[in-house]
Design a protein around this ligand. Structure first.
Ligand code: NAD
Length: 488
C-alpha cells in the first residue's frame, strides 16, 4: 500500500483515512493511498526546507548525475510503470509508453541543461567592475499535478526544478497517485533525504496548505482553470512565483486545400487521444463551407472504425474516461448542443457491451455554433463538434473567439495561410499539419486563461530560477560620484 514520502521515509504521517484508487476501465479498487492532512503537508515542507540548504550547494554535475540515474532506473522499470499507469489512468498502452518516454527523457534533458550555465556575464558599467546575472533556485517548490498525464506533467516540473537546485513537495492527483509512489520507492531513492517529498490526498486538504505555506515560494500547478484561479487568489498576495498550466479549448482549422483522408486521421488523433482528455485536445473544428461535406464524411468513416475497450488490451484505440463525473460533463455538453439544434452523426452514447468502466463513444456533431457550451467551455472528452466557415479570415476569428489560448491546429499546404494562422492566432502552441506533437527543446504553455507558464526548453528551466544581478567592483575605493558633489 503506497503511503506518503516525507523526509526519505514512507509513512502514514498524521493521516487516519485512506482514499481508494479506481481502475476506470473496470470500476474496481486497485489500491489506496493516505488521505493527507495539513500536518503532513507542513512536515513535507519542513523536510524540503532542510534539504534545500544542501541541495542548492550540491554541484550541478552531481545533480545531473542523479537525474540521469533516475532516468536509467525508470527505464529498468518500464514494463511495470506502463502497466500501472494504464490501470490507474485508463488510456491505451501505446499512449502510456509515449508518456513514459517523455518522463525519462525529460530527466535526461534537464540533467544536461541544468549544468550548462547559471546566468551570464555582462559588459560592466565601470572598467573595475564585474557584472553578473545569477540564476538561482527559489527554494521549496510545490508541484501539484493532474490525473491525465500524471508522470509527464510531473517530470516537466520536477526535472527542471531539481536541476535548478530547488527541493520539492509533490501532490499527485488523488485519482492517479500510484505510479508516482512507485517511482519514489524504486527510482528516486538515491536523491538525498528530503529533496523529493510526496504528500497524497485531496487538493483542498493537502495542496492548499502548500499554496499558503510561507516557506513555499513557487507553486507549479497543472489543472483546471477554476482551481488555478483559486490558487492565484490565495498565493498572489504572498508574492509567490506562480507557474500555472490551465485548461484549453483548442481549435482545429481545416483549409479548403486539405486532403480529406489525412485531415480525418489528424483530427481523430487530435480530438480522441486519451479519450479527449488532453489539455491540448481538439475541442472545436472549423471546416470550409465549400468542402465541409467531404471532410465530415471522411471523419465519420474514420471514427466509426475506432475500437473502444480497456487500455490494457492491445486492440484498444480509445479507453475509458477517468471518472463518471467527467463523463457526465461531456454528456451534458452534447445534450445542450443537441437541444439547440446540433446533430449527432456518430457516437453520443455509452457503448453497449462495456457496462463497467467510464466509457463514452467518440462523438461527431454538426450544426454547432458559439452559443453552445460545447464550443465555449472545456469539454475534456471524446466529442468533436464541427462548424463551417466562409472565409479563412473568419476561421481565424472563430479560433480566437475563446477565453483560452493553449494550442491551435491547422491543416493546409498553402504557406500563406500557414503564415497568417501562425501570426494571428493567440495560442501558446500552433501546430500545422502535425497536431499535438511536442519537442523537449521548445516551450509548451498557454496564453489568456490557459495560464502563462512555460514547460520544456530553456524557458522551462527558467521558471524555476530567479534572477539576481551582481555588481562587483574589484577596487574597494571611494568613488568620485559619491558625496560630496562637485569634488571630481
Ligand atoms: P484539477 O484542477 O481538478 O486538479 C489538479 C490538481 O489540483 C489535483 O492534484 C488536485 O488534487 C489539485 N487541487 C484540487 N483542489 C485544489 C485546491 N483547492 N488547491 C490546490 N490544489 C487543488 O484538474 P484535473 O481534473 O486533475 O485535470 C484536468 C485539468 O487539467 C483540465 O482542465 C486540463 O485542461 C488541465 N490540464 C492542463 C494542462 C496544461 O499544460 N495546460 C495539461 C494537462 C491538464
Amino acid at each position: 500500500m503506497p503511503l506518503h514520502y516525507i523526509d526519505g521515509q514512507f509513512s502514514m504521517g498524521s493521516s487516519k483515512e485512506m482514499i481508494d484508487v479506481i481502475d476506470p476501465a473496470t470500476e474496481q479498487v486497485i489500491d489506496s493511498v493516505p488521505r493527507g492532512t495539513e500536518a503532513d503537508a507542513h512536515a513535507a515542507v519542513a523536510a524540503a526546507k532542510r534539504a534545500y540548504q544542501v541541495w542548492r550547494r550540491t554541484s550541478a554535475n552531481v545533480r545531473a548525475t542523479m537525474l540521469h540515474e533516475a532516468a536509467s532506473k525508470m527505464r529498468q522499470h518500464q514494463e511495470h510503470i506502463v502497466r500501472l499507469l494504464t490501470l490507474e489512468e485508463g488510456k491505451p498502452v501505446p499512449e502510456n509508453e509515449e508518456e513514459f518516454e517523455w518522463l525519462c527523457t525529460t530527466f535526461d534533458y534537464y540533467a544536461e541543461l541544468g549544468r550548462h550555465e547559471r546566468g551570464r556575464v555582462l559588459p560592466s558599467g565601470e572598467w573595475s567592475q564585474l557584472n553578473l546575472v545569477l540564476k538561482e533556485p527559489y527554494g521549496v517548490a510545490a508541484c501539484i499535478v493532474p490525473w491525465n498525464y500524471p508522470l509527464l506533467l510531473l517530470a516537466w516540473k520536477m526535472a527542471p526544478a531539481l536541476a535548478a537546485g530547488n527541493t520539492l513537495v509533490i501532490k499527485p492527483s488523488e485519482l492517479t497517485p500510484l505510479t508516482t509512489m512507485y517511482l519514489a520507492e524504486h527510482c528516486w531513492d538515491h536523491f538525498p533525504q528530503g529533496v523529493i517529498n510526496i504528500v497524497n490526498g485531496l487538493g483542498i486538504e493537502v495542496a492548499e496548505p502548500l499554496v499558503l505555506h510561507p516557506d513555499v515560494p513557487v507553486i507549479a500547478f497543472t489543472g483546471s482553470l477554476q482551481i488555478g484561479q483559486r490558487i492565484a487568489s490565495l498565493a498572489s498576495p504572498m508574492m509567490k512565483k506562480l507557474h500555472l498550466e490551465l485548461g484549453g479549448k483548442d481549435a482545429f482549422v481545416v483549409s479548403d486545400d486539405a486532403d480529406p483522408e489525412m485531415t480525418a486521421s489528424a483530427l481523430a488523433y487530435a480530438a480522441l487521444t486519451n479519450a479527449g482528455q488532453v489539455c491540448t485536445s481538439t475541442e472545436r473544428v472549423y471546416l470550409p463551407k465549400s468542402r465541409a461535406k467531404e471532410f465530415t464524411e471522411a471523419l465519420v468513416e474514420h471514427v466509426r472504425k475506432l475500437r473502444m475497450g480497456p487500455g490494457i488490451e492491445s486492440t484498444t484505440d480509445i479507453g475509458p474516461m477517468i471518472g463518471d463525473r467527467y463523463r457526465q460533463k461531456v454528456e451534458q455538453h452534447i445534450s445542450e448542443a443537441v437541444g439547440k439544434g446540433a446533430k449527432v452523426l456518430v457516437g453520443g452514447k455509452r457503448p453497449a457491451g462495456l457496462d463497467k468502466g467510464y466509457y463514452l463513444e467518440p462523438t461527431v456533431l454538426t450544426n454547432v455554433d458559439h452559443s453552445m457550451v460545447i464550443m465555449r467551455e472545456e469539454t475534456f472528452g471524446p466529442a468533436i463538434p464541427l462548424m463551417e466557415y466562409s472565409s479563412f479570415a473568419e476561421a481565424i476569428e472563430l479560433t480566437n473567439d475563446s477565453q483560452f489560448g493553449l494550442g491551435a491546429c491547422l491543416v493546409t499546404s498553402d504557406p500563406l495561410k500557414a503564415k497568417l494562422f501562425m501570426e494571428e492566432v493567440k495560442a501558446g502552441t500552433v501546430w500545422i499539419n502535425d497536431p499535438l506533437t511536442d519537442n523537449y527543446a521548445g516551450p509548451f504553455g498557454g496564453m489568456k486563461f490557459s495560464g502563462g507558464a512555460r514547460e520544456l526548453g530553456q524557458e522551462g528551466l527558467d521558471e524555476f530560477r530567479e534572477t539576481k544581478h551582481v555588481h562587483w567592483d574589484f577596487a574597494a575605493k571611494i568613488k568620485p560620484w559619491w558625496y560630496p558633489y562637485g569634488q571630481s
